[in-house]
Design a protein around this ligand. Sequence first.
Ligand SMILES: Cc1cc2nc3c(=O)[nH]c(=O)nc-3n(C[C@H](O)[C@H](O)[C@H](O)COP(=O)(O)O)c2cc1C
Length: 202
Amino acid sequence: MSLEEINMNKHDGDSIMNKSITILGFAGSLRKGSYNKALLLAAMELMPEETKLEIFDLEGIPLFNQDLENQIPERVKEFKTKIKLADAILIASPEYNYSIPGVLKNAIDWASRPHGDNSFEGKPVALMSASTGMLGGARAQYHLRQSFITLNMHPLNKPEVIVTFAHQKFDKNGNLTDENTRKIIKKLLENLVEWTRRLKTE
Ligand SMILES: Cc1cc2nc3c(=O)[nH]c(=O)nc-3n(C[C@H](O)[C@H](O)[C@H](O)COP(=O)(O)O)c2cc1C
């Protein structure tokens, strides 16, 4: 590689390091008082500088029907566009019956279609889960990680944000009051931004 090429690469790297990062977040719960939606709101307050978290509500996404995958509903079009424009994805989800809630899996299935137009292709992704139980939604996270293989996403491994006994960690207005959980979310966001920048330079 010539000195000129090395310098050009270095400048590319510099611009990626300086470029602001946009993360798209969505929750696997439609519930108004959802702890997982509240985790995303907490994440908004904890984002690193020069980065932005946009939240998309899965409300309004109809049930997936493969007969319709070439006449995509408006709400799904919006979702697919937001995903494509984002540099990275952040999912906060509960666990329903030991797995991914139907609402979330349905939205992921839509965004992965039609064949050849998987909106998640190559995107970095990080996970959080909150549950009122003692396992914090961990099993939904493991099942999502399986889907990331076929979606060809790049999951962040650590830290794992698994919020157990969620009802004890928020105040009545949905503010995350647990300091340790806030710290680990902050770390997750820093790592996701670093991971995103690293993937862009490769
Ligand atoms: C249909 C259903 C199934 C559930 N299954 C589980 C489960 O397998 N494991 C778990 O930890 N909590 C389970 N829960 C409890 C959820 O963790 C709890 O309702 C949580 O608050 C839901 O997330 P949200 O607050 O974001 O809506 C279940 C709740 C529902 C409604």
